[in-house]
Ligand binder design. Structure first.
Ligand code: NAD
Length: 481
């Protein structure tokens, strides 16, 4: 597939016209018959069954996009969380859709109030390549549960997955219900100008800003799922070996190309040497080989590989100690796109690696003297998408949770909070805005409509001009006047 070439429609018009026509077809279909509970449940069930049937094709498509990614990682980190989201939504759909009674202040008695969740219409999902299935279909599950029609635009950097999703969706749903649009940045830019009921974008902050600008023209509400530098703070008393094992597993899944991977470690100064030694042993046990090992994922494309290499060289040039861990001493280069795990010691703020999100298997180790110093370091930096804290002392854990801000947190491990449909997922500040997963996905893609039901007779109907004794009597109850 030619990434540079727009590939939107069936070729009958310009890409822009095709995209607009597909959007309008969805809007007309939604307005004529918004999906009720049975249709939403069928859609979720159909999706779940098709995904289960097509396991092998998903594994193949994603491995082709990466030039090598472990089937186990695709099953555990792409397919499982999507199935989990779909099942969670399907089982709770009836309860979620039910209007909720809302309390009414006594001043308004005997009126009543309720909250209704209604679909937004046609919603847009713009996803990225690192977990192509999860980042496309987890929002899709929320959008379908909420009763919307959906246009999905996967990333051009995972073209095999995008094409597989297009075929799967075309086989399951009419295009005026769910449709997948393939293409590069110009198609994505056009997509972001459509007047969606909501647009959910997953990707970089730079593109996120463009999305916000484009969406503002239509006052389209936007959910931004971005990234950032997610720290892992290890308390001085936490068993080091266990921390290293869990941090490295979280860092090296998908070769670090995970939005919630620990970006850097905050470690007690005296533990630096032991950390490096434990990391060497741990990498050797997780990945005895890197190049000749189907478990070690490749970097998605050469440009990204070269960016990682530049980050390491910049740090080296500015005085960092670079510790490459390549247990079998294999040839790792931009050609095979195998990037070895790298630890960086002695990092400083002016190094690019401490300013931008790494998104690869490079792990700077920042040393602290006291826990207070470490917490101050976290608080002085932009709010990350995820924060990891390793500590068995629950009082300290609660204090740290209260003192710091992050999109989500896992204590004593990495990444686990993302796999819980019961937890809202989303960033804060530069790491994103809005939430999804589970009920938060349903709510994000719904209009939460407040309804007040007035009674046959209400005392407040006495509060009308000409204002006299009766009005003042009512006001006495309301404001004591
Ligand atoms: P990106 O921002 O380059 O691309 C993401 C999507 O934006 C793609 O579908 C692309 O087609 C589209 N796009 C590109 N140019 C566009 C434009 N001008 N207008 C509109 N859309 C455009 O993504 P990336 O940088 O490759 O992804 C990595 C980033 O995504 C990292 O920062 C990572 O942390 C973040 N991320 C976040 C999450 C999350 O759930 N919060 C998940 C995965 C990745």
């Amino acid at each position: 597939m030619d990434l540079a070439k727009p590939s939107v429609g069936d070729g009958s018009g310009s890409p822009q016209q095709d995209l607009r026509a597909r959007f309008e077809a969805q809007r007309a279909a939604f307005l004529s018959a918004p999906p009720g509970r049975a249709r939403r449940a069928d859609a979720l069930r159909g999706l779940e069954q098709a995904l289960t049937r097509q396991k092998d094709r998903i594994i193949e498509a994603i491995a082709a996009d990466f030039g090598g990614r472990a089937a186990e990682e695709t099953l555990a980190l792409d397919l499982f969380p999507v199935l989990n989201e779909i099942r969670y939504a399907r089982r709770r759909l009836k309860q979620w859709m039910r209007p909720r009674r809302a309390p009414v202040g006594w001043q308004f008695w005997p009126g009543r109030a309720r909250i209704m969740y209604q679909p937004l219409g046609v919603v847009g999902i713009l996803s990225t390549w690192n977990y192509p299935l999860f980042l496309s279909f987890a929002p899709l599950a929320g959008a379908l549960a909420a009763g919307n029609h959906v246009l999905l635009k996967p990333s051009e950097f995972a073209p095999h997955s995008a094409e597989w999703m297009r075929c799967l969706i075309a086989g399951l749903f009419p295009p005026e219900y769910v449709d997948v649009v393939c293409g590069g940045p110009e198609v994505a830019a056009e997509f972001s100008h459509l007047p969606f009921g909501r647009l959910l974008f997953t990707g970089s902050a730079a593109v996120g800003r463009r999305i916000l600008r484009a969406a503002s023209e239509n006052l389209t509400p936007v959910t931004l799922e971005l990234g950032g530098k997610s720290p892992a703070l290890v308390h001085a008393e936490y068993p080091l070996r266990k921390a290293v094992r869990r941090i490295l597993a979280g860092k090296l899944y998908n070769a670090g190309q995970t939005c919630v991977a620990p970006d850097y470690v905050l470690l007690l100064r005296e533990r630096a040497a032991a950390f490096v030694e434990a990391a060497r042993q741990e990498v050797a046990s997780l990945y005895p080989r890197l190049a000749a090992n189907p478990d070690y994922t490749r970097i998605i494309h050469t440009r990204h590989y070269e960016r990682l290499a530049r980050l390491v060289e910049d740090a080296r040039g500015k005085g960092a100690e670079v510790i490459e861990i390549n247990p079998a001493g294999e040839d790792c280069n931009a050609g095979n796109r195998v990037f070895p795990p790298v630890l960086l010691l002695g990092v400083r703020e002016e190094m690019a690696v401490m300013q931008e999100e790494i998104f690869g298997p490079v792990l700077p180790v920042v040393l602290y003297r006291t826990l207070e110093e470490a917490v101050a370091y976290l608080r002085a930096r932009p709010q990350p998408l995820a924060l990891y804290y390793f500590d068995e002392n629950s009082t300290r854990v609660n204090e740290l949770l209260a003192a710091t801000s992050a999109g989500g947190v896992t204590v004593n491990d990495c990444i686990m909070h993302v796999g819980q449909p019961s937890l809202p997922f989303g960033g804060i500040g530069p790491s994103g805005m809005g939430h999804y997963h589970g009920f938060d996905g349903f709510e994000t893609f719904s209009k939460k409509k407040g309804v007040f039901l007035q009674a046959r007779w209400s005392p407040l109907s006495l509060l009308v001009p000409p204002y006299g004794r009766r009005a003042r009597w009512i006001l006495k109850f309301l404001v004591g006047a």
